[in-house]
Design a protein around this ligand. Structure first.
Ligand SMILES: Nc1nc2c(ncn2[C@@H]2O[C@H](COP(=O)(O)OP(=O)(O)OP(=O)(O)O)[C@@H](O)[C@H]2O)c(=O)[nH]1
Ligand SMILES: [Mg+2]
Length: 321
């Protein structure tokens, strides 16, 4: 039944097509902007010149790929092109694409979300990046896409509205939420949620957390506490610490990401609102600088607007004509 790997997971051809379509739609703005110009440059039969490489580097930087990563990409591709003695821009295109795909790949030890029970996911990230919306999308994916029994924990107790919002989404997806009063201890909520997950024999536990960063120290302690609570019951939990980054915040998001890398043991990235930016090049900067793989991309505001990230499909989508 399963045909090949996509985003590190086995998928049928039909599922792959659906995911590819979502990825393609989410990079429409990026494609019609800077990457469109790169595509045009590397379609032409013009001879390769030093200016071509300079322009490529500038476009990558302008597309939020980051100065250091852009330089590395250009140097690598240029080196290979010169070694092969290629003369025309169009001949360099596939080498450029291959280099971009490589830049999106990072090896990371991970647990199987299909066979680990329960699979515990801790969702972290600053305010407004799309954590709660992502949790709705994940619940939908696990429950309806993978027939898993899902439970949610409202460990963002900082704002009353945060609990309501999670409950609202959970109702729509049809999954239970473990919550306490606003202002209560997030660790206590996590504890209740582990109990419920155990009692109900749930497959997946997803924990929503607060995103305030006013005090890095407090944030670190809070995330650590939640982690320890679940670890006490299941030695290897949380199996996935998902850092949510908003693609529209560009390089600023990277600074936040680094703070979270220190605070939590981040295993994967979810890049949201890719549909809302022309600078999807931020994906390259993130993987290079954070050294964690992007697992998901957010492609819109409904619970179906989630795609598994796949480096090859992403680069292909950027270069679609
Ligand atoms: N276009 C688009 N909008 C999104 C996406 N993901 C989230 N949003 C929107 O971003 C806004 C913030 O999303 P939330 O899920 O509330 O973000 P949060 O990180 O939970 O925010 P706090 O709880 O305040 O920390 C909402 O208006 C969402 O609809 C996406 O992939 N694409
Ligand atoms: Mg939230």
């Amino acid at each position: 039944m399963f045909r090949r790997l996509f985003g590190g997971e086995e998928r049928t051809e039909q599922e792959i097509k659906q995911e590819e379509k979502k990825i393609e739609q989410s990079v429409q703005k990026t494609r019609s902007g800077l990457f469109g110009r790169i595509t045009t440059m590397f379609q032409s039969d013009e001879p390769i010149t030093a200016e071509l490489w300079d322009e490529l580097e500038e476009l990558l930087i302008a597309g939020d790929v980051g100065a250091e990563t852009s330089l590395k990409i250009v140097e690598q591709v240029r080196g290979k092109v010169e070694k092969k003695g290629l003369k025309r821009a169009s001949e360099a295109r596939s080498l450029l694409k291959a280099e971009l795909v490589e830049r999106l790949k990072v090896d990371t030890p991970q647990y199987s979300e299909r066979s680990t029970k329960p699979y515990v996911i801790l969702v972290v990230g600053v305010n407004g990046v799309g954590k709660t919306t992502l949790i709705a999308k994940l619940s939908n994916r696990y429950k309806n896409g993978m027939q898993k029994k899902v439970i949610l924990a409202a460990a963002d107790t900082f704002r009353a509205a945060a609990i309501d919002q999670l409950q609202h989404w959970a109702e729509r997806v049809g999954v239970p939420v473990i919550a306490q009063q606003p202002g209560s201890d997030p660790g206590a909520v996590a504890y209740d949620a582990t109990q419920a997950t155990y009692n109900q024999q749930s497959d997946v536990l997803i924990i929503d957390t607060a995103g305030r960063l006013q005090s890095k120290h407090n944030l670190m302690k809070e995330l650590e506490k939640i982690s320890n609570v679940v670890k006490k019951r299941w030695q290897y939990a949380p199996h996935e610490v998902l850092l949510v980054l908003d693609a529209t915040t560009g390089q600023n998001g990277l600074i936040q990401a680094k703070a979270f890398m220190q605070a939590a043991n981040v295993t994967h990235i979810a890049l949201t609102k890719l549909d809302g930016t022309a600078k999807g090049g931020i994906a390259f900067a993130i993987v290079q600088e954070i050294e964690r793989p992007i697992k998901y991309i957010g492609t819109g505001e409904t619970m179906d607007d989630l795609a598994l990230f796949d480096p090859q499909a992403f680069v292909d989508a950027l270069f679609e004509e």
